[in-house]
Design a protein around this ligand. Structure first.
Ligand code: AMP
Length: 303
């Protein structure tokens, strides 16, 4: 079992879906990631919040065992994201992004964290992602990165720079097309691999996820759910299950990568069952294993 380090947004989200609406609830890429990964391996979170961030949110992460020693509180307002989804829950429409305290954030990793073997650069300014990567005293065994349209469009050069140094990229399908400038996902994955990461994980919402390693493909479906309330955080929760599972294994083998894809899908399937982290808060480890088992039945070819 190895430790995981994550840097990314910790946020207050306001979200509207056809099934409800929430205001300033706990969100953020690093939040969903660390909560999800904590079911598999020890996680250390690097990020920043403002002095308006409710202490109960920090307590929630700490109670899950997430090391929040690297979560800084600064004077000012917490990062805020406002988004909405139509009946097609696969696509979030961003209505507002306020970086607030993230605009001036300069993370400083202590000596211990600089040696963490698994690093996840969750969705945030690629300059911050690169800053954290550069602070590592030892090249981690595995570095993965996630990003979104906001940064692909706004900070493309910085993003390309950090992409060149990572092993894995996790990205949703629309963003993979945007990053590659290529509508065909299979070709887009090849273009992205040319930017650096040997392994590409394309998240496709209700259509599942696709793994591409050196041109070879593996796909997992999404768990079929009747009640999907809010897809926010599904991608980061997927990444948390995926990286958390890999960190729990002796080796990042081809077989472990495939199982990690299923654990990612399992974790994401829980997140979307409620708003914010509400479903994850109620999640029991036994439910994870039960749903993992259900995936076997979903994809078995022979009786
Ligand atoms: P996803 O897993 O892709 O649904 O990510 C959802 C989370 O991303 C939300 O909780 C937001 O707070 C966060 N987020 C939205 N926009 C950004 C951004 N530009 N940078 C970092 N995090 C963001």
């Amino acid at each position: 079992m190895a430790d995981l380090l994550v840097v990314g947004s910790v946020a207050l989200d306001s979200v509207e879906t056809p099934f409800g609406r929430v205001q300033e609830v706990l969100g953020g890429a690093a939040t969903y990631f660390s909560f999800s990964a904590s079911f598999f391996a020890p996680v250390h979170l690097i990020g920043i919040v403002g002095d308006d961030f409710p202490s109960e949110h920090v307590r929630l992460l700490r109670d899950r065992g997430v090391d929040v020693g690297g979560l800084k509180t600064s004077r000012g307002r917490t990062f805020r994201w406002t988004g909405e989804y139509g009946y097609d829950l696969n696509e979030a429409k961003t209505l507002d992004t306020q970086l607030n305290v993230f605009a001036e954030f300069r993370p400083a990793l202590d000596e211990r964290l600089r040696r963490t073997p698994f690093l996840f650069l969750a969705n945030i300014d690629p300059e911050l992602q690169l800053d954290v990567l550069r602070q590592m005293a030892v090249r981690p065994r595995l570095v993965a990165l996630d990003t979104m349209n906001f940064w692909i469009q706004g900070k493309r050069d910085a993003l390309l720079k950090v992409l060149a140094e990572v092993d894995i990229v996790t990205i949703n399908d629309a963003e993979a097309r945007q990053l590659a400038g290529e509508p065909n996902l299979v070709k887009a994955a090849r273009v992205i691999a040319g930017m650096g990461p040997k392994t590409i994980v394309v998240k496709r919402g209700e259509y599942g996820a696709m793994l591409v390693v050196n041109g070879a493909f593996f796909v997992v479906p999404a768990y079929p759910l009747e009640a999907v309330y809010d897809p926010t955080g599904a991608g980061d929760t997927f990444a948390g299950g995926f990286m958390g599972y890999l960190a729990s294994q002796e080796q990042v083998s081809a077989a472990a990568l495939r199982r990690a894809m299923v654990y990612g899908s399992v974790m994401a399937s829980f997140t979307v069952e409620d708003f914010s982290l509400d479903r994850l808060k109620r999640l029991e480890p036994a439910e994870i294993e039960e749903r993992y088992g259900a995936f076997h039945d979903l994809v078995r070819l022979e009786a």
